[in-house]
Design a protein around this ligand. Structure first.
Ligand code: FAD
Length: 235
């Protein structure tokens, strides 16, 4: 098995890991970063960035629906809009790709060696990274574990959205192949629930039910939580 040594080994290329690795590299610390999936982690690939892209698209679609319904305050009138969800997802994927390649460039510029593979920690100073067709043992002085989190299914409802089923994780919701006619959203008691609720209120599936008054931009919503906006949206 190939072996390499470094001062710092970072496992996980999300915002926790890549920012630390870039900074360490800039400070002259020999750094190796192992990422098993895609640089940028949850945030850039299946979290903050794609969800904001889709919220933006849903907002534009909502505006077009208002204009078609003759309720545009600016007097803009259009015919009933349609949504090509495949193209919307493609557009979102393009944004993700641009940003994740940017992370790769920043890591390279900072002199960080990136290993594209899943790491298994052997002890506090050693990890084994499974690359494509090769296994590398990395010895380090310092180990930073920034492996993030993943969606958790309800015990009685395992996710099956990726195989065409009806129980979606947040990841499935970011790449739908078609829009559901009805949607139930389960949000955890977490700090992001407000904007994720807003995203769902603006989800084209919700909008198709005629809930085009999501009111998600009300200035007070942040303080009061998502509930009023969701109620205004008819949810
Ligand atoms: C739908 C959604 C929307 C969100 N929106 C926002 C937002 O608007 N604002 C905000 O602040 N936060 C948002 N978040 C949360 C944000 O994405 C996370 O807080 C952030 O990504 C955490 O960063 P991290 O580096 O700790 O972990 P992650 O981003 O999860 O990165 C961990 C990385 O480690 C890799 N990894 C795991 N195990 C191994 C291993 N053994 N070997 C190699 N690699 C491994 C994973 O592949 C992953 O790339 C959102 C999350 C979701 C799901």
């Amino acid at each position: 098995m190939k072996e390499i040594s470094t001062k710092l080994l970072v496992i996980g290329g999300g915002p926790g890991g890549y920012v630390a690795a870039i900074r360490a590299g800039q400070l002259g610390v020999p750094t190796v970063l192992a990422e098993g999936a895609s640089l940028g982690g949850t945030c850039l690939n299946i979290g903050c960035i794609p969800s904001k892209a889709l919220i933006h698209a849903a907002h534009d679609f909502e505006q077009a629906r208002m204009q078609a319904a003759g309720t545009s305050p600016m007097g803009i009138r259009v015919k009933e809009p349609t949504l090509d969800i495949t193209q919307t997802v493609r557009w979102k994927d393009g944004i993700v790709k641009r940003l994740t390649s940017g992370v790769g460039v920043l890591l390279r510029k900072a002199g960080v060696q990136v290993l594209h593979g899943w790491a298994t920690v052997e002890d506090g100073k050693t990890a084994v990274v499974q690359l494509d067709g090769e296994t590398v043992r990395v010895r380090c002085e310092h180990l930073l574990i920034a492996t993030g989190s993943e969606p958790v299914a309800l015990p009685s409802m395992p996710f099956d959205g990726h195989t065409g089923g009806a129980i979606w994780s947040s990841t499935d919701a970011l790449s739908p192949t078609e829009l559901p006619k009805r949607l139930v959203v389960c949000l955890p008691q977490a700090r992001h629930r407000s904007h994720r609720g807003r995203g769902c209120a603006r989800h084209p599936a919700a909008l198709r039910r005629g809930t085009d008054q999501a009111g998600a931009r009300q200035p007070q919503e942040g303080r009061r939580g998502a509930a009023p906006g969701l109620q205004r949206a008819g949810l």
